[in-house]
Design a protein around this ligand. Structure first.
Ligand code: GNR
Ligand code: NI
Length: 181
């Protein structure tokens, strides 16, 4: 099952703190490939393992635009080593909070260390969208969502809307079940 279902707000799974990866083995790389496929299908530019229900510190990013050569990146056990004092603002979205977008201010550049798919320890200095995306994804590993960086008023409105959507979906599924059953 290469394309995995996405975990959607307000599922408490999204608030779990993910565990460090202990071994970069075949099963982990299979998960990375499934995450990339799920991300491309959505489509999105990044995905953390917890968004497909796996509480592991791994994320994937591909910033290539449609029509460009794909540029998949896998980050295992990523850690921010340094953040710039300079900030930048991007309009962010999240595959776990579909169709909601808001501006978020974050450090404009970060230096991260991580393991790549060969289990090799690497460092990356990122700016622009890569810096924002890395921070958005690393937040997921810590159970943090981009709506945690907006005003409480806006956040409460979004959470309320998604709670209602989840409730309506559950009621709809139950009604459909009655019809076939
Ligand atoms: O697809 C995504 N787009 C995006 C845009 C701006 C800042 C962050 C992101 S990440 C998001 C996919 C996602 O939810 N990753 O966790
Ligand atoms: Ni996200």
């Amino acid at each position: 099952m290469p394309i995995k279902p996405l975990i959607i707000l307000p599922d408490p799974v999204l608030r779990q703190v993910s565990k460090p990866v202990e071994r970069v083995d075949g099963a982990l790389l299979k998960l990375a490939d499934d995450m990339l496929e799920t991300m491309y299908d959505a489509p999105g530019i990044g995905l953390a393992a917890i968004q497909v229900g796996e509480p592991l510190r791994m994320l994937v990013i591909d910033l290539a635009k449609e029509g460009e050569t794909p540029a998949p990146h896998v980050f295992i056990n990523p850690e921010v080593l340094e953040s710039s004092d300079q900030r930048s603002v991007y309009e962010e979205g999240c595959l776990s909070i579909p169709d909601y977008y808001a501006e978020v201010e974050r450090p404009a550049a970060v230096r991260v260390k991580y393991l790549d798919r060969d289990g090799k320890l690497l460092e990356m200095e990122a700016g622009g969208l890569m810096a924002t995306c890395l921070q958005h994804e690393i937040d997921h590993l810590n159970g943090v969502l981009f709506i945690d960086h907006i005003s409480k008023l806006k956040r409460d409105m979004v959470v309320k809307k998604f709670k209602k959507l989840a409730k309506d979906r559950a009621a709809g599924a139950k009604a459909a079940g009655r019809m076939v059953g």
